[in-house]
Design a protein around this ligand. Structure first.
Ligand code: ATP
Length: 674
């Protein structure tokens, strides 16, 4: 006797490690060849789970499934692969593609040539009343999309077609036409169809109906035999009677109810349809996946441009907004020595040296207010109207001279008192620095005017020109490159995790997995497409940094580019890892923002690692970004090459993290199948 198309025996399946409640509980089911088998069951009864195990995208915990004489998932098995056509519950189509592109994509994945796809599509378009092949999927109605989804499952002439609720959400007329297609198809191509549905009465048109409840099939037979057995007019009544019988029988929990109905099946007809024997190489599948991803990207040019330019935009804002000396600080001065508004040129016997000092100070603070009393200045500082004030003592000039010519008898230092608002620490520190620098400049000029060596009032320390880097270079140029790495890492992980999640949640992965595409092929295709995006991002951000903001470069631009790519690559892999662990966008976004913030804070770009707790210093060194940030500064400002440990450790860190993330990703994807 011919082996059934699908034979399920003692199938058990549970999800998760802790919850071992079986979704499928010793389920038996037989689908004869050339039949339409309708699987009925309440929502949540495990129909989709069973179909997933049939197409090989999920594994049973125990029991067996034989599909076309092979065990799903084993090498050389019919499923997953193009011998089985699978239409998931969702339409599982790419909204940006046209109907023709959709068919081309699924056809290529199944190993068809473009000409084969064209000729097969002519037949399907006629069968399913598809007229305009250039319409994009998102422009189609729900019913039209359902038909396209259906056509995609039939395209490559599979021997078994598995349809998860093909008629859900369709109006009665469309539902009727779907059934007509199915009957016509089985007749023309002698394929076997398994479908699930909630609409009990429409299954009268099936050859065999299985009623599934509490994880197993309580009865399976032809609709006619079922109606006869229970002497009722509708299948709905049959289902109700069977459910009641099951509840009564299983009341004490010890017995199991299965209604056996004698019914001999011979659906497969004599005429033979030659189902094409299809195999698709990994290269073909990856080509199709990459092609689809590029077409989808190019359909949304504004989004593509934003993705490529977002890092450059962020880097520009950093260069414009961060690391520059503060301007517009509002300060005040109270001068008890002189209230002259005009300062005579500085000379050794001057009685108004404070005027010369304040003149230098006012050239550094554009908003320097002149006040008459300390009390007034205090009030303004307390009310937040000024950020600091200086009080110059009435004996400033004689004291300055005594510091030089009679310093042994000096009782009070030449006096400027500085009062600051320390709420904004950076501004307060900057104010102090400017005040001291201005005083240095003033004393130099004053000593010149007295013919005394300038060095007399300087600390006996020579600060030589820096060995590496330039003292005059703004902080922006120190923080900017590390910020560039940080942004590109974050953008890369967001881009990749979103692209994976969108596809997964649209159900399109389930379809291609059922066609035999492997997780690793999907991963490779994403790496290819996302790498192009990332190279675009890095080229644009480096161009902005070097060409627009004049970031100085001592080392090799190629090395900088390579390091930025390696760093973004680890960001990409981070995106893949978290999207393989978490299944919804908001959870991924929370994890991304939650993990990015510490990585960024501890990377040494915001605050030097040397300022952290010793334990954290050590831990921070091994985080992604930290070593790459050190590395990029050494290439840029020291001109170091790959032979230096600081530089190659930056690369090594990026690749190590990338490898760790990829392994996590592959482990979780494998776990997902179980
Ligand atoms: N990946 C999963 N992890 C954990 N539980 C799952 C998973 N997939 C399904 N389940 C659970 O298994 C049970 C059966 O789900 P399944 O989708 O197979 O039912 P169904 O009969 O197809 O439902 P419907 O008709 O509503 O589609 C449900 O309780 C569901 O919550």
């Amino acid at each position: 006797m011919e082996e059934p198309a699908i034979l399920v025996r003692g199938a058990c399946k549970h999800y998760g490690v802790k919850d071992r409640t079986n979704v499928l509980e010793s389920l038996d089911l037989t689908v004869p060849r050339g039949c339409i088998y309708a699987l009925l069951g309440a929502s949540g009864s495990g129909k989709t789970t069973l179909l997933n195990c049939m197409v090989g995208t999920k594994c049973l915990n125990s029991g067996t499934i034989r599909l076309l004489g092979t065990i799903p998932g084993e090498s050389g098995a019919a499923s997953p692969g193009p011998r089985v056509g699978y239409m998931p519950q969702e339409n599982a189509l790419y909204q940006e593609l046209t109907i023709w592109e959709t068919m081309k994509y699924f056809g290529w994945i199944a190993g068809m040539s473009t000409d084969e796809i064209k000729s097969r599509l002519r037949f399907l378009a006629e069968l399913l009343l598809i007229t305009d092949l250039d319409q994009q999927i998102w422009t189609l109605s729900g019913g039209e999309q359902r038909r396209i989804s259906f056509a995609a499952a039939l395209l490559y002439g599979p021997e078994i077609i598995i349809l998860d609720e093909p008629t859900v959400g369709l109006d009665p007329i469309l539902r009727e036409s779907v059934w007509r297609y199915l009957i016509d198809l089985v007749d023309r191509e002698q394929c076997t169809i398994v479908l699930t549905t909630h609409y009990i009465e429409e299954t009268r048109q099936a050859h065999k109906v299985g009623l599934m409840r509490k994880g197993y099939v309580i009865a399976e037979s032809s609709p006619r035999a079922l109606l006869q057995r229970f002497q009722v007019d509708t299948l709905e009544e049959v289902f109700l009677k069977l459910s009641t019988l099951q509840d009564i029988t299983e009341k004490d929990g010890s017995t199991r109810f299965v209604c056996r109905i004698q019914d001999d099946f011979t659906c497969s007809t004599a005429k033979k349809y030659n189902h094409p024997v299809r195999t698709s190489s990994p290269k073909h599948k990856i080509k199709a996946l990459v092609w689809k991803q590029f077409v989808t990207l190019l359909r949304n040019v504004p989004l593509l441009l934003f993705t490529v330019m977002s890092a450059a935009l962020s880097v520009s804002l950093f260069f414009i907004g961060v690391g520059h000396d503060p301007t517009g600080i509002t300060v005040a001065q109270v001068n008890y020595e002189t209230n002259r508004s005009y300062c005579a040129p500085i000379h050794c016997d001057s009685t108004s040296l404070s005027c010369n000092y304040l003149e230098i100070l006012s050239s550094r603070f554009s908003n320097l207010r002149h006040l008459s009393s300390e009390g007034e200045a205090y009030a303004l500082l307390r009310s937040g109207q000024i950020q600091a004030f200086f009080v110059v003592k009435d004996d400033f000039s004689p004291n300055m001279r005594r510091r030089i010519f009679d310093s042994r008898n000096l009782l009070t230092p030449a006096g400027v008192d500085v009062y600051r608002d320390y709420t904004a620490k950076d501004i307060a520190m900057y104010t102090k620095k400017v005040t001291v620098d201005a005083f240095d400049e003033f004393t130099s000029l004053f000593l010149d005017s007295c013919n005394v060596n300038r060095k007399l009032m300087k600390a006996p320390i020579n600060v030589e020109t820096p060995v590496y880097g330039e003292a005059s270079v703004e902080t922006t140029y120190m923080g900017g490159p590390a910020y560039l790495l940080m942004v590109s890492f974050c953008v890369a992980s967001i881009v990749t995790s979103c692209s994976v999640l969108i596809e997964r949640n649209e159900g399109t992965y389930d379809r291609v997995f059922a066609m035999g595409v492997r997780h690793v092929e999907i991963l490779i295709s994403h790496i290819i497409t996302d790498s192009c995006l990332i190279v675009g991002q890095i080229v644009s951000s480096l161009s902005v940094a070097f060409l627009i903001f004049g970031l100085p470069l001592k080392g090799s631009i190629f090395l900088i580019f390579a390091l930025a790519v390696a760093n973004s690559f680890s960001g990409m892999c981070f995106g893949y890892a978290i999207s393989s662990i978490l299944k919804n966008e908001s959870a991924v976004m929370h994890l991304l923002s939650g993990s990015m913030t510490p990585a960024v804070l501890l990377s040494g770009t915001m605050w030097p690692r040397e300022g952290m707790h010793p334990f954290l210093q050590e831990a921070a060194w091994y985080l992604p970004i930290t070593q790459a940030a050190h590395s990029i500064l050494s290439i840029l400002h020291r001109g170091w090459g790959l032979s230096r440990p600081t530089v190659y450790l930056g690369f090594a860190n990026c690749f190590s993290w990338a490898a760790i993330f990829l392994v996590i990703c592959l482990v979780f994807l494998r776990y997902e199948k179980t």
